[in-house]
Design a protein around this ligand. Structure first.
Ligand SMILES: N[C@@H](CCC(=O)N[C@@H](CS)C(=O)NCC(=O)O)C(=O)O
Length: 198
């Protein structure tokens, strides 16, 4: 049994999208989180060690962190074909993009939002927005999706970022077209219909 601990319009919304892409059989537990506007609260019903979302419970196994959940679920449901498995030459690039998303893209974007860009301490680690943009542009210039011809959960993470922070990805038609392809996916519409409790 898969249970997603989810708060509307948060980083767990993309995990709803992923579960829909996978055609998974899953339940949603809506939980609260503290919001930037002062609303919400830490929800003791959320098993995440920090009470953040997303959190995924697979029977009694808890998985946290978006990139880890993406890898866990695409490995669990390989028939969906959106997460190359070991032995597939795209496995390396897939893992690299998942880790780059979590380890570089999110920190760079967060720092940019906090208006700390330009701090010399960043140079040898995450680098900055221009370098991240080059990386994304390089991939999307070569092929319709990050791993080539086919959509993967790595695209889903990047697309979900753009849904709340489009300006953090490169401007222009190339990325607009890429995001339009992602946003047109029927699984995303199904996920959006489940984002808030009815
Ligand atoms: N790196 C984590 C970030 C999770 C995260 O920051 N979630 C936010 C919602 S977007 C949250 O639950 N915040 C509530 C809190 O910090 O108490 C991931 O990608 O899963």
């Amino acid at each position: 049994m898969l249970t997603l601990f989810h708060a509307p319009q948060s980083r767990s919304s993309r995990m709803l999208w992923l579960l829909e892409e996978l055609g998974a059989d899953y339940a949603v537990r809506y939980v609260e989180i503290p919001r930037l506007d002062g609303s919400g609260r830490t929800d003791p019903a959320n098993p995440h060690p920090d009470h953040k979302v997303p959190a995924l419970l697979h029977d009694d196994v808890l998985v946290t962190e978006s990139a880890a959940i993406a890898l866990y679920l695409t490995d669990l449901q390989p028939q969906a074909g959106i997460g190359p498995l070991a032995g597939d030459p795209r496995r390396g690039p897939y893992l690299s993009w998942l880790a780059y998303y979590a380890g570089v893209i999110e920190p760079v974007v967060t720092i940019e939002f906090a208006k700390l860009g330009g701090n010399a301490m960043l140079a040898p680690t995450f680098r900055g927005l221009p370098e991240m943009h080059q990386r994304v542009l390089g991939a999307v210039e070569r092929s319709p999706y990050l791993l080539g011809a086919a959509f993967s959960a790595a695209d889903l993470l990047l697309g979900s970022l753009a849904q709340w922070a489009r300006a953090m990805l490169p401007a222009g038609e190339l990325i607009d077209g890429y995001l339009a392809r992602l946003n047109a996916r029927p699984a995303l519409a199904r996920a959006q219909a489940k984002d808030a409790p009815r």
